[in-house]
Design a binder for this molecule. Structure first.
Ligand SMILES: Cc1cc2nc3c(=O)[nH]c(=O)nc-3n(C[C@H](O)[C@H](O)[C@H](O)COP(=O)(O)OP(=O)(O)OC[C@H]3O[C@@H](n4cnc5c(N)ncnc54)[C@H](O)[C@@H]3O)c2cc1C
Length: 383
């Protein structure tokens, strides 16, 4: 194990690896990435891979747009197909309040020239006849949106950063930080201490534990989300979008030859990653409400992962006042996979040029103390 590095990244999920990738693009190579388990074993490997532009705040739309280019050109950049399927995201509203929210969002999204469509129930029925539509009051669809393969993406980036000389150690837990005065000077692992002047906290749902090592409270809570998948099942000859049934708090998308069905999101924080029978029943019931023909599908299995929820459902990015050299890339609240390209670049800019893009400044942890929190109503329902 190295005795020192220019930058140490804690966490081998998509965010840590994306930061390493963008640092190597800026020719910084003396980097260490430490992962206490195996790469991708945190939230990344368990996520649904959703990528969308339909958000309700400027900053989330900008993070999406900035990331989009990367998804589109991923294969050229890495030589690996990220399996980005641009089938679109369809949001469904079955209450006037939700439709109002969607209408406000569409105005914002269109101000970014996004090709978002506000749809009448009849149009939804016409395009996607497998959906129960009688209770719908409208919906929105953006054909740019879709989903990609988290494993494909992560392993391609890992291979690239390794080729660029980044040292990655799995099964290496950071157990403490070394701090002198008001700055970080290293990390402690079971395999020894490492000197560094820059430590990036990319520990996903475990971000607050890493914060505690520095005596800092990072308001990120782990919330379990369960997902289920069906056995092969055909719904349509045409591409099926990722459908968010907003008022039911449920979504589904194609997965292989079957479908991925969302299960419930826990209300109470915990690190539990087991699946429950009642969650499976709930997922099946919601599925049959919106897609009646799903009564003929069989749920073949499921898994659970952890969302890393911040108080205002927005990421927490950048330095922390009073502790030089400690950088946060946390709190993605269920959007960390899709925003990882923009986040990786922003953190790499901060490390190499000492400045973070202006609009990303509003995601500083200081916003909580200063009462400048944001609000992302579209995460009331999360991927
Ligand atoms: C069920 C589910 C569905 C989701 N769907 C989507 C989606 O459709 N689209 C989307 O954009 N996002 C989605 N997400 C969210 C997305 O998975 C996360 O935002 C993203 O993976 C966060 O990446 P990360 O690298 O920050 O965290 P992680 O992937 O969790 O990586 C953090 C890593 O840090 C390691 N670590 C922690 N502490 C230490 C330590 N002390 N020392 C060393 N290593 C440590 C952990 O082992 C872990 O591997 C979903 C999440 C879940 C659970």
């Amino acid at each position: 194990m190295e005795k020192g590095a220019d930058v140490v990244i804690i966490g081998g999920g998509i965010v840590g690896v994306s930061i390493a990738y963008h640092l190597t693009r800026k020719k910084l190579k003396n980097l260490l990435l430490l992962e206490r388990n195996l790469l991708g074993e945190g939230s990344t490997g368990l996520c649904a891979g959703g990528i969308r532009t339909q958000f309700a705040t400027d900053i989330n739309i900008r993070l999406s747009l900035e990331s989009f280019d990367f998804w589109i050109h991923f294969k050229e950049l890495t030589g690996v197909d990220p399996e980005f399927r641009q089938v679109g995201y369809l949001f469904l509203a079955s209450s006037p309040e939700t439709l109002n929210l969607f209408q406000t969002n569409v105005r914002l999204q269109k101000s970014y020239d996004l090709p978002v469509e506000l749809l009448e129930p009849e149009e939804i029925h016409h395009r996607w006849p497998f959906l129960r539509w009688e209770d719908l009051v409208g919906g929105t669809f953006c054909a740019l949106d879709g989903y990609a393969g988290p494993h494909e993406v992560l392993s391609a980036l890992v291979q690239m950063v390794r080729q660029q000389g980044v040292k990655i150690y799995e099964q290496t837990e950071v157990v403490g930080l070394s701090i002198k005065g008001d700055r970080v000077v290293g990390v402690k692992t079971q395999a020894g201490d490492i000197e560094t002047r820059i430590v990036v906290n990319a520990a996903g749902p475990w971000a607050s534990e890493v914060g505690e090592m520095a005596g800092i409270e990072i308001p990120v809570k782990p919330l379990r989300r369960q997902l289920f998948f069906t056995a092969p099942f055909c719904l349509s000859d045409k591409p099926v979008p990722l459908v968010i049934d907003f008022d039911q708090g449920w979504y589904f998308r194609p997965e292989g030859r079957g479908f991925l069905l969302s299960g419930p999101l826990d209300r109470e924080p915990s690190f539990r990653r087991t699946i429950d029978r009642h969650a499976k029943v709930e997922a099946a019931e919601k599925a049959m409400v919106r897609v009646p023909v799903f009564q003929n599908a069989r749920i073949a299995g499921g898994w659970a992962g952890l969302y890393e929820i911040s108080p205002d459902r927005h990421a927490i990015l950048g330095p922390i006042p009073g502790l030089e050299g400690f950088i946060l890339a946390n709190g993605f609240s269920g959007h960390g996979f899709q925003h990882s390209p923009a986040v990786g670049k922003a953190i790499a800019d901060l490390i190499t040029q000492g400045r973070i893009p202006r609009d990303v400044l509003q995601l500083s942890i200081e916003r909580f103390a200063k009462g400048r929190t944001l609000e992302e109503p579209l995460t009331a329902f999360k991927e």
